[in-house]
Design a protein around this ligand. Structure first.
Ligand code: F6R
Length: 614
């Protein structure tokens, strides 16, 4: 949460920082600010509201001829989202400016000590204490001052620090919150992730915990424990276009439409299907540095995640248990880590996360590692904290997901978990060659199948128009339809602000049915399979109570039209294909309802894309 950007060595650095902040707004967007050294002072402009408000306030100063600047877009933790609490925060003596992502747990104590020493605070933020600590230590050597202040901080931070009298120098530091350094020719950038860096350079260093980056136009030093260390760049493969809307009205819609290509790419990159039917399909996990033994001797799998990623894990559990026959438990990372879970080295923990920075998932990963478990990460963001801390990584390679509501990462997680399930089944010999080939074949043509589902866009928009004023929504499904129902409800509530619940349809009679009346739209995932008759029974029960029924059903299901008010039809196929394809109408419904209600789809209120606080 919160996005930070720093720039040294590029002309019009304030404008560069501003553009970078705009591309990081999915991390937080309740206030924004920028600072740069100007005539021995810190020039500071901050605005409550969006980066666009900051841009307006800056006016022509965005084009100033300065080469050093830092900036911040905020998701408030300490202090209301008002101008005085926006970052950069400047020390009382005006010499040091700081942008910060994270939370300083001991800031009350630090602030008290500084106040006792006569320092006057002007904000309610924890960050102002950092600026004043650095200023206290500053005697012309900014690196030393930052390195002296850092050990005094408890909590998490990614920082960009600048001194009024040292244009051409920005110091970055991280502990627990992400920070990337863009390596250019004659310039360097600091940012919370690679997105603001890519328009300028694809060469990125992802800082590790307790590392400090010292960037000047022609030099970059990465330091640890006060001494420079060797560093290596990652070459980011996606282009700047991937982080633009590309003609779509919103990132969310663009990312929904990217799913065919994301999933096709995953199959192309991760699967070799030899033509002879008696040879084994080959799964390719180049970033995993382990042998087939990794999956042997596993007594249990724990899938750790939050939010949408947790719903993907619920789908994943069904696939892993069916194919690899290992007991599998999806867990909310936040609850898991505080529950004193029973762990040992025979437990495989799979952390599933788009950002790779979700604080609860990260801490749960650490707990699992300390307990001797194998920890595999299914991650989208390359170089992220969880990718680095796990002992093996499976990258989703979705490209940047900018829309705050996760869409393409969700289906990629399901597909990624399916690949892992198949590979585990292959190694553990719980499925034979023919079965694996059959299951792999089930997924061939996923791109075309998803294109066909996306073609339902206008039909779903019409349904959205009909139900957009509902105050509540229920989503019901069975089997993998249950986590999909939960995901449908989550998507709708986060972007449209309609209260929605997703349930196992079997659970309906145990409570939720009390809510059903003529004002309650109920979205059923009714695609066939073993539980189909039961779902139809549930539809009748809702109908009998005058609920308004929307059904996601198969083309061949003629009978459903008689009991549902609206039907969205897709081609029913194998379980995995259905799980992935069903997600798309749910995403489109949430998107269209939100647009019709006038919500800011890509930046829903109170949310931020990556939840780096607990
Ligand atoms: C919902 C959404 C969130 C995230 C959750 C975990 O649309 O995006 O629920 O899924 O915050 O985030 P990651 O996957 O980054 O760990």
């Amino acid at each position: 949460m919160c996005g930070i950007v720093g720039c040294v060595g590029l002309p019009k650095a304030v404008g560069v920082v501003l553009d970078g902040l705009a591309s990081l707004e999915y991390r937080g967007y309740d206030s924004a600010g920028a600072a740069w050294p100007e005539g021995g002072r810190i020039a500071l402009v901050r605005a409550a509201g969006r980066v666009a408000d900051l841009r307006n306030l800056l006016g022509g100063r965005a084009g100033l001829d300065v080469e050093t600047a830092i900036g911040h877009t905020r998701w408030a933790t300490h202090g209301a989202p008002v101008e005085k609490n926006a970052h950069p925060q400047v020390s009382a003596d005006g010499r040091i400016a700081v942008v910060h992502n994270g939370i300083i747990d001991n800031f009350v104590k630090l602030r008290g000590e500084l106040e006792d020493a006569g320092i006057v605070f002007n904000s309610d933020t924890d960050t102002e204490a950092i600026a004043n600590l650095v200023a206290r230590e500053y005697a012309g050597d900014l690196v030393r001052a930052v390195e002296t202040a850092l050990p005094l901080l408890d909590g998490t931070f990614a920082l960009g620090v600048m001194a009024a009298d040292q244009p051409g120098l920005v110091v970055g530091a991280r502990r627990g919150s992400p920070l990337a350094v863009g390596i250019g020719v004659g310039f360097h950038l600091l940012a919370s992730d690679a997105v603001p860096i890519i328009p300028h350079t694809r060469r990125v260093v992802f800082l590790g915990d307790d590392q400090v980056a010292v960037v000047a136009p022609g030099a970059c030093e990465i330091r640890e424990k006060g001494v420079p260390i060797d560093w290596a760049c990652t070459e980011v493969t996606w282009s700047a276009d991937a982080a633009r809307k590309g003609g779509y009205d919103h990132f969310m819609l663009k990312e929904i439409h990217e799913q065919p290509i994301v999933l096709e790419n995953m199959f192309r990159d991760r699967l070799r299907l030899p033509p002879a039917s008696d040879s084994d399909p080959e799964f390719i996990f180049p970033e995993m540095e382990f042998s087939a033994d990794y999956f042997k001797g596993i007594s249990r799998i724990v899938l750790l995640a939050q939010g949408t990623a947790y719903h993907a894990c619920m789908v994943g559990r069904n696939m892993i248990e069916r194919v690899a026959r290992v007991p599998t438990y999806p867990e909310y990372a936040a609850d898991f880590r505080y529950r004193d879970p029973i762990l040992d080295p025979s437990v495989l923990v799979i952390a599933v996360t788009q950002s790779g920075e979700t604080m609860d998932t990260l801490h749960a990963v650490r707990l699992a590692r300390e307990s001797g478990c194998k920890v595999l990460a299914l991650v989208n963001a390359v170089g992220s904290s969880i990718a680095r801390e796990a002992d093996a990584v499976f990258y989703l390679n979705c490209g940047p997901e900018i829309g705050v509501a996760s869409t393409k990462a969700f289906t990629a997680m399901i597909a990624g978990l399916y690949f892992l399930a198949l590979r585990m089944g292959q190694i553990r010999e719980t499925v034979d060659r023919q079965e694996i080939r059959r299951r792999v074949n089930d997924l061939l043509g996923i791109g075309h199948r998803l294109e066909a589902v996306l073609a339902l866009d206008q039909k779903i928009r019409r349904i959205a128009r009909k139900y957009k004023d509902a105050a509540n929504f229920l989503f019901l499904g069975r089997g993998t339809g249950w986590p999909l129902a939960m995901e449908g409800a989550l998507k709708l509530k986060e972007v449209s602000y309609i209260h929605a619940e997703g349930y196992d349809a079997a659970e309906m009679k145990h409570g939720p049915i009390a809510l059903v009346d003529e004002n309650m739209p109920v979205f059923f995932i009714a695609l066939g399979g073993r539980r189909y008759d039961k779902i139809v029974g549930n539809i009748h029960e809702v109908r009998a109570r005058k609920g308004r029924i929307i059904a996601l059903a198969s083309h061949g299901d003629k009978a459903i039209s008689k009991i549902a008010d609206d039907v969205v039809r897709i081609r029913a196929e194998s379980g995995i294909m259905n799980s992935i394809c069903c997600a798309v109408p749910l995403q489109l419904l949430a998107y269209h309802v939100a647009v019709l209600r006038g919500s800011d789809v890509d930046k829903p209120k109170n949310l931020a894309k990556s939840v780096t606080v607990e």
